[in-house]
Design a protein around this ligand. Sequence first.
Ligand code: NAD
Ligand code: USQ
Length: 391
Amino acid sequence: MKIIVLGGDGFCGWPTALHLSNQDHEIVIVDNLSRRKIDVELGVSSLTPIVPLPQRLAAWKEITGRDIRFVNLDVGKDYDRLLALLHQVKPDAIVHFAEQRAAPYSMKSSWHKRYTVDNNINATNCLLAAIVESGQDIHVVHLGTMGVYGYGTTGAPIPEGYLTVHVTTGEGKLEPREILHPTSPGSIYHMTKVMDQTLFAYYNKNDRLRVTDLHQGIVWGTNTSETKRDERLVNRFDYDGDYGTVLNRFLMQAAIGHPLTVHGTGGQTRAFIHIRDTARCVELAATNPPEKGERVRIFNQMTETHRVADLAQMISKMAGVPVSHLDNPRNEAVENELQVHNDCLLDLGLKPTKLESGLMDEVIDVAKRYADRCDRSKIPATSRWVQKPSA
Ligand code: NAD
Ligand code: USQ
């Protein structure tokens, strides 16, 4: 297949692009390198030394003989170039990773809120409008988030996107209807993913676009079999208070003997998936498109759920580092239960990579190898959801 990977220089996009290329798909990466510029803004770098994208691609060509083309454009702004690229490449599928993805970054200031909404919503809308204008039948595979559902405790497992409800008709009869699961985003970033869902539903209804929306949990791990093949292919590893996600942060903190930074009681339960499975799930989604006219497909892309405090305890025991309970900078439920249906990807053949000590050790080893690149002052999460009232 010909596949365009939007956001192919990022944490999930890079290993996915390599995995798809390795499966003999013809890959074009589109990225505006905004994530690397945000590192400069925040004064932090990936723990792993990632080389510039052209060097990454030259290394991949040298090692495998496979070509991956790179086009530097902003999906939400460079509309004419995006449309021209669709006419030129005529892709079968476009995988859409190209959004600002950190909840804390999206909450740093009113500028960051506006940037995140502007970037994410325009990227998705421009992509969908360009596909319609191109007149091509291109399957969109989008990376959404489990966070669209929110983390309230309803007691019921979260279905894959749609919920059956019963409405009382004018004649007083109770009729079943399927609706998009109600949303409850926990940050401006998560809210953009909720808005993406409405864009997909609209273009799917009006233009019969084929869309698969992958509601992904928190990704952990760093390497895949492809990124391990050469130092120049290494994946990025975010550990800072804005972009570092909880499990990778804890594993990195364990590697350098830093107390594990649990927000509040750690009663928050979240969904997780290993980076290898991200790449595999995207492949499964891209190679199993919905029929023309089928409603937006929504898959829950996660393999397990864990309570933050339990993860901290497990890693603390493994590595002998203390657990530190910090004031929670976020506005989120102190505790929640979480049960999730994820049968769609399992039925397509996903064999889940579960959390086990060998894989956690692998991440700790990577973090130890590059420990001298860590700036400890960037570990605290300083972005607050609600400003403290001034005294
Ligand atoms: P990332 O920030 O590492 O990568 C995103 C890439 O997209 C970057 O290379 C960035 O430069 C590029 N980009 C952003 N806006 C762009 C634009 N307007 N035009 C062109 N390129 C643009 O993020 P990631 O962790 O790889 O996440 C990728 C996607 O997966 C995101 O949409 C995110 O919401 C979703 N997701 C990530 C996680 C996770 O734990 N990392 C979990 C669930 C869902
Ligand atoms: N947390 C800690 N300590 C830390 C960091 C986080 O206790 O040092 C807590 C947070 O308060 C939160 C939970 O861990 O309760 C998860 O935080 P996170 O930063 O790991 O994940 P989140 O902000 O939800 O965002 C990440 C990705 C995002 C993706 C989302 C999937 O950055 O792109 O959409 O995971 S999900 O969480 O399922 O919505």
